[in-house]
Every structure is written in C-alpha cells, then in structure tokens.
Design a protein around this ligand. Structure first.
Ligand code: ARG
Length: 381
C-alpha cells in the first residue's frame, strides 16, 4: 500500500494536504442548468428558470468563469504543479440508456464530484443524476493517458447505476419544499434518507474526505447507505466512516468538513457533525475541529446551486499553503492566524458552474504515503 513511487508513477494521492504536484482543473464550457430529472430540482423563477425549464448558462458567465479557471491554472503552474483539463462534450444534447431519456447533460467544471483518487487508484463514482451519468467521458482522454504512462495506475469505475424511477422516492421534492430547515434535519438528516432509495449503491466522489487510512463519507442527497457499503468493500485496507451534518439539503462534504493538515479540520460553523462518533474519533486522536469564518457574501450568486459556504471550499497545495477565494477576507485571516500561507484566488464567477477551489479540482499526484492519522479507533464506527 505504501510502496515507494517509481519514476513512471503518475497517479498517487492519499489525503487532502500533502504537497500537490499534479491536478485536474475543470472547465466551464457549455455548462447547463440541467433538464428536469428525479434526482434534483431547479426552481429559479427569480433568475428566469422556473421549475421545469432548462438551458445553457449564459455565454458571458461561462467566459468569466473560464477566465478565473485559467487564472487559477496559471497560479498552480507557476508553483510547478502540472495541470490537466477535461474535454467538454455538447452538454445540451439529449442522452439516454435503455432505461431513461434525459434532455440535457450538466458540464465538466467540478471533477471532484466524479473522480476519487485514493493512492494509485482513480475511481469513477456512480453519480446519481441522469444529467451526469455520461460525465466520465470528459475525463477519459486523461485517464487513458495515465493508464498508458503509469503501469501502477489502477483505473476503476463503480457499477454504473440504472437510475430508474425505483432509485428515487416518489414525490420527494414536493414534500421537501414544504419543510423548514429544522424539519428537514429531523425528517431526513437524522434518518439519513433524502431523495434516493436503497435500490442500488450510489455515491458522488465529493462526499469523501481523504485522511490517509481513514475516509469520511457524507450521507447526503447524492450518497445512500449502499454507496457507503460499496466503498467499504472496495477499499478493504481503509476505514470508512459515515458522517451526517446539521444540514437539511447536503451535497458534498467539501463545504462542510475538510482537513487542512494532520491534526486540523475546518468545519462549517453551521453544519456541525450530527454523528457523535466522528467528534469522539477526532478528540481521541488529537484532531482539532475549527469553525470556518462567516462567508463574505450572504447570498449565492445568480443561477448557482452552491451556497455562500464555498468560503471553506479551499485547496491545499501542501500542509502550509492554501488557496482561498480572494473575496473571503475573514476566511483568509483565520487561516493566516492558523499559520498558513494563503494564496488568494478570484473564483466567485465559477460558483454557478458547480463549486469552489476544491470542487473544481481532482488530485492526480501528491507526495507522501498512506499514513494512519487515527490510531485510536472507535469500535463499530
Ligand atoms: N453543496 C455545497 C454548498 O453549497 C457545495 C459543495 C460543492 N462541492 C463540490 N464538490 N461540487 O455548500
């Protein structure tokens, strides 16, 4: 598991903080407000997209986002980090399998959602949106190349889900829309049950926080119990810990709970853990949990499904260096006080395309080996 790397090694990354040498950064080209589908609901009359409508994000928004993504790539490259980019498809096309027809795809801005790098392996997640079922094709040119260049690269794909109507709870979004945040936490988060049924295993890669031997997986609107169980069987040398946070509509762990360096976790100040074992595991192993700063912007940007909590969606370049969205002054000050060199990166225009600095990237190579940062485990967790 911790064999030394050869010169031919392309893919290897065990955690979120070791020195980054090679990364994938997404693209905003052609991204869509996706056509209606059972997994998710977009209802934005205030932005010209009421329930049931769909279409491309405006070209000028995509141009601005791509400018910020390209600038981020230059910052990384100037630090000697190699950057690869996905190949966008025509995301406005209708896609289908023998089971369903979906009138549009989504995009390829957030590679983190799809690609899970664990050691020498990159795993393509199942995903649970029909609009994202074919997204892996955007990354295939890169994965094929890594496969050719690196004899130790383990290229894996989780079972493609069927995503028939049996995968989703009927009438969920109507019920969801009628509930307050507190009711959603009581009725969904505490039961770990949202729109997905347990008909088949489902997970997004961005629900996994990588801490060496320990992987924390958030149960959410994209990840069901079967998904966690599948990951547990797939990574038998790792310890998979399931987690739930104080949030009614959870999507992806990386604006909620992220490690900054061994012993230090940045936690969303509102989305605190509902899983007591998680807090106890951190306490036993001397991991401090620090609440993030209050986000700089109270509102999410136009046509964005992401929240202002992208303030904590940061990318570690090494255990001392962190990329933070440049408008997030309070967040930068907090990280500065915690001893980090903070690199401000303008990135707010990327948010409508699927996230922040962590979402928009996927690790290919970080230095370092697989370490045990939680030697004192809790039985049954
Ligand atoms: N759902 C999160 C929020 O709005 C954003 C996280 C997005 N993460 C990602 N990998 N796409 O707070």
């Amino acid at each position: 598991m911790t064999s030394p790397d050869k010169p031919s090694t392309v893919v290897c990354s065990w955690n979120e903080w070791d020195p980054l040498r090679h990364v994938i950064v997404g693209r905003a080209d052609g991204a869509m407000i996706q056509a209606p589908e059972p997994a998710v609901q977009r209802d934005w009359p205030q932005w010209g997209y009421p329930l049931g409508t769909y279409g491309p994000l405006p070209q000028e928004m995509a141009d601005k986002a791509n400018e910020q993504l390209d600038n981020f790539v230059r910052i990384l490259e100037n630090r000697g980090i190699r950057v690869d980019r996905p190949t966008p498809l025509d995301f406005s096309q209708t896609v289908q399998t023998p089971d369903w027809v979906q009138k549009s795809m989504f995009g390829c801005m957030p590679p983190r959602d799809l690609l899970l790098t664990v050691g020498h392996q990159i795993l393509e997640a199942t995903m649970c949106y029909r609009s994202r079922w074919f997204e892996y094709l955007c990354y295939r040119p890169l994965l094929e190349r890594y496969f050719q260049d690196d004899p130790d690269f383990r290229w894996e794909a989780a079972p493609k889900p069927r995503l028939t109507d049996r995968t989703y709870r009927d009438g969920f979004w109507q019920e969801f829309g009628a509930k307050s945040e507190e009711e959603r936490i009581r009725d969904y988060s505490l039961n770990k049950q949202w729109v997905l049924t347990e008909h088949e295993p489902l997970f997004d890669a961005a629900e996994v926080g990588r801490f060496g031997r320990d992987l924390f997986v958030q149960r959410s609107t994209t990840t069901n119990a079967g998904g966690v169980s599948w990951l547990r069987r797939h990574f038998p040398d790792h310890r998979i810990h399931e987690a739930v946070f104080y949030e009614g509509d959870p999507v992806h762990i990386d604006a909620t709970f992220i490690p900054l360096r061994p012993g230090l976790i940045l936690n969303n100040r509102k989305r605190v853990p509902l899983t007591a074992e998680l807090v106890e595991l951190c306490r036993r192993n001397d991991w401090e949990i620090v609440p993030c700063a209050v986000p700089a912007r109270p509102e999410k940007p136009r046509l964005s499904f992401c929240s202002p909590w992208l303030t904590m969606n940061t990318l570690m370049l090494d255990p001392k260096t962190i990329c933070v969205e440049s408008g997030e002054t309070a967040q930068m000050e907090l990280l500065d006080k915690l001893g980090f060199e903070v690199i401000p990166v303008p990135f707010w225009d990327v948010a409508p395309f699927g996230g922040g600095l962590h979402c928009s990237t996927a690790d290919v190579y970080r230095e370092g080996t697989c370490e045990d940062y939680f030697p004192k485990q809790i039985a049954g967790y």
